[in-house]
Design a protein. Structure first.
Lengths: 264, 245, 264, 245
């Protein structure tokens, strides 16, 4: 199996069916696959469940603003020092978004389980002392640890129907190099049933280091600058003015709609 | 003595709480703990290790606003984020978790998730992220830039990061110290060893004890000594300004 | 905490108490920390449980031949194309070694659980169709998957008291660079309660790439050539003549004893 | 037609079983499947992907004896071993697992653990390694260099790698094909679609059907056609010798 080189719109149209669960990579405002996310928003494809990295920003806030996200599984949606996520916040406060409350540890382990065919996975101790499991009882359940007989908190394997991550570059065979800290994007990529990788460029031979082989990838989207306004490490930093422009625009539904309209 | 800002006092107070040889971990918006770690390492804790969550970079000398900023890649060593997540659950390797929240309560619980009713919150925060790992770290240092009765509350509306047990019988998975310090722009606060309730430790210069009590949304108790925070020294301030430049 | 730079004998004497569980890295005949393993054998320290990589060779066979291994948790002890592991085989056939039968998948996941504070971890499907769980019922247990109500096979977290791995180099602060495929040695390192890293050399600045920070490491043993007769990638290949010499010697208890005597 | 060795016949027969686009995984002692993969990729399966376990290298052009040999680091892409382990359990990404054993039985179960009683074996093998992953791969191709009644047995003494179900009701976790081919120096063997028992597919040149039946420790059944294996072509042999040089 070799990945197909597709435009963002083609990849979205061919691989992301409405209602699917979609895993979107990038951590905070670094390496978000915005070209593909914006194509999802332009195509108005409803996302059954949006699965994110342990911390996500505009890559989640934008499709939420577009009203396309039914459920979200994410431990953090925000913009760090720039502020809260305006669309996520508004939807949550209005009760218009089904938030599958979760935490960084259990979510990372749930992706590990999804990548490895493990049916479920126990959480490290701590989360049972929080209000997180009570807010998401379908996800945080308990079972007996057969080694000490005590009930432990466990979460199910998470396997997005499609995962989308951004990497630095692909070669002509479709192998890709991260060119950056992979964060949890390796796990998200391995956990996805299908994988779309957005890259900045195509090269004859990829940079040594963190990479993914072609056979794991369904489609490669070549999108120079396609992580903006988030950072593409080594190429451009996060565009804080651009992120602020979103935060400002999305303070109102009308502002968000105008921003989204301008994407087309 | 130079003039200094409330943030500078906050960072200096935090840096003094880090002890030589400790391993510190911080998450999103790392500026304050990152500056405090670098200051501590330069002054009294040369063997300090600090890990910037997100990127997993160990002892970076960059000073970015975001925990995942590409500039952090210049560190000598970085742990993959997935390894940081593993170590955060191990319970025997990390000494200090630097935490914060929309609300911090009398027992040191942190809420970064939702103010008001979770299902229809008055204020929705980003989420719990790594705060449930707090009980797996030897101790936590909590900080906030907003010392007021909305932030410092009797009981958080949502426990994202567990503090000290509210009841004597509450079990903790590891034998940890729990929250050891809360640093604000007005004061340092600790916890009563019996009741595990927050109490005043020292008041920063320019503030008074009654002012701090008024700005706190719960009873800080009484009958214990309250010190005056030593103001930042010139050495601390000069170094800090180099770090944050 | 900074690691101490110790000789192999010092590290063994100070960190490895008799009866402890010991995790020994290196995969097949590559990157085995032989300098430290040989120091354990010279010091005649009994290993309560020897935990290995998914595939191990002389780094397990040598201490077994010395009669120092009470239990072994390993999915594969052998020498690939060079043949079976003579001491492991003899001890097993004589019923003189407690083999904790296991498989690559569950063992890797058990180390992940150990590294992350997860109390136990489910196995991916497949192992329940083998005779492996029946041969090690204390390790392979079952519990109810609360998401589908069906019992699944789970294994406990594995946390060696001390883990020992071999890396390429350390800097003066005690940060180490792998300089090679890490195999499962990252997990073994993270799962260990204490960590000894054997390196080939000390440098001013470690090679970029896979690394471990100083704070995770209790002791660094500088041992140039210390992986021999296994390979140290980038520096020397596996010494097949040397491995064959062990296999030949260890065919008899007397031959193995003479080989071990000559280590001193 | 050139002369060729039994091993060359084995590798050529195996290579013909790999289909274009398949993802193949192999473990310890990779020489035979690695040569077969490279041959297939050069001849009829340009889109083949092969992963050498241990190192995790994808499509390496090195030809080492060990699956972890440092020479494998020259591949364009390598998956960390921990990722290979994850993918082996996923059940929907790997097409072919190349397996073997001290014993292989009539249903395609493989034993790499112990011959005789497990607790006091007559022959202790290295262990089960990744063989329990067999049911999570779409199909498996089994190979052995020793076609004799000690290796090919009615029932393995220890199931390290599961083959086809022995009973009709035996459940499998994924909808997989199970073992599809057993390649030996004497013959290719397949499985009866009803009984899931091994049967002859084709006999390699220089061997006869009765000879193969005698060398097999169980009844291969009858009443089905048995072909003659097409001998290695000059093209196959020349390429193979380049690969194995």
């Amino acid at each position: 199996m070799t990945p197909r080189f597709l435009s963002a719109s083609e990849a979205v149209a061919e691989l992301i069916e409405p209602g699917l669960s979609l895993g979107v990579g990038g951590m905070h405002s670094t390496a978000a696959p915005m070209a593909v996310v914006e194509a999802v928003v332009r195509s108005r494809i409803e996302i059954g469940m949006l699965v994110t990295s342990p911390s996500t920003s505009i890559q989640a806030d934008l499709p939420i603003a577009a009203g396309l996200v039914r459920q979200i599984l994410s431990p953090y949606v925000g913009f760090e020092h720039l502020g809260l996520a305006p669309a996520f916040r508004r939807a949550a406060e209005a009760g218009e978004l089904e938030i599958l409350e979760c935490d960084e540890g259990s979510m990372t382990h749930a992706l590990y389980a999804g990548a490895g065919g493990l049916p479920f996975i126990p959480c490290p101790p701590g989360v049972e002392l929080t209000d997180v499991p009570g807010a998401n009882p379908a996800y945080y359940r308990r079972t007996v640890d057969p080694f000490d007989g005590i009930e432990k908190v466990v979460v199910p394997a998470v396997r997005p129907d499609v995962s989308v991550i951004a990497c630095l570059e692909a070669d002509h065979d479709g192998n890709v190099a991260f060119g950056r800290f992979p964060f949890t994007d390796r796990l998200l990529a391995l956990a996805g049933r299908k994988l779309i990788v957005q890259v900045e460029r195509v090269v004859d031979r990829i940079t040594p280091g963190e990479s993914l082989p072609a056979f794991l990838i369904a489609a490669i989207v070549v999108a120079p600058g396609g992580c903006r306004p988030t950072a593409s490490p080594g190429l451009y930093p996060a565009d804080e003015d651009g992120l602020r422009a979103w935060i400002r625009a999305a303070r109102t539904p009308e502002g968000a709609a105008a921003y989204i309209e301008a994407l087309s | 003595m130079s003039d200094y800002s409330p943030t500078e006092m906050l960072v200096v107070a935090m840096s003094r709480a880090f002890r030589d040889g400790e391993v510190i971990v911080m998450g999103a918006v790392p500026a304050v703990p990152l500056a405090a770690c670098r200051l501590a390492k330069a002054l009294h804790a040369p063997g300090l290790t600090y890990i910037v969550g997100g990127s997993g970079t160990v002892n970076p000398t960059a000073f970015p606003s975001s925990s995942c900023d590409p500039s952090l890649a210049t560190g000598v060593v970085a742990l993959p984020l997935t390894d940081v997540v593993l170590l955060e659950g191990r319970g025997d390797i990390l000494d200090v978790f630097c935490a914060g929240g929309l609300q911090i309560d009398a027992h040191g619980n942190c809420n970064l998730t939702a103010v008001g009713d979770w299902a229809r919150p008055d204020l929705r925060g980003p989420g719990s992220v790594g705060l449930p790992f707090l009980p797996a770290t030897r101790r936590s240092v909590i900080y906030t830039a907003t010392h007021n009765p909305k932030t410092l509350v009797e009981r958080v509306d949502f426990v994202s990061g567990p503090g000290h047990p509210r009841e004597a019988g509450d079990r903790r998975p590891y034998q940890q110290e729990g929250p050891s310090l809360v640093v604000t722009p007005m004061a340092n606060l600790g916890f009563d060893p019996e009741s595990h309730r927050m109490r005043l430790q020292s008041v920063h210069p320019g503030h008074t004890e009654p002012e701090v009590r008024d700005a706190t949304g719960f009873d800080l108790g009484s009958g214990y000594p309250v010190a005056a925070t030593t103001p930042p020294s010139d050495r601390e301030l000069n170094l800090l300004r180099e770090i944050m430049a």
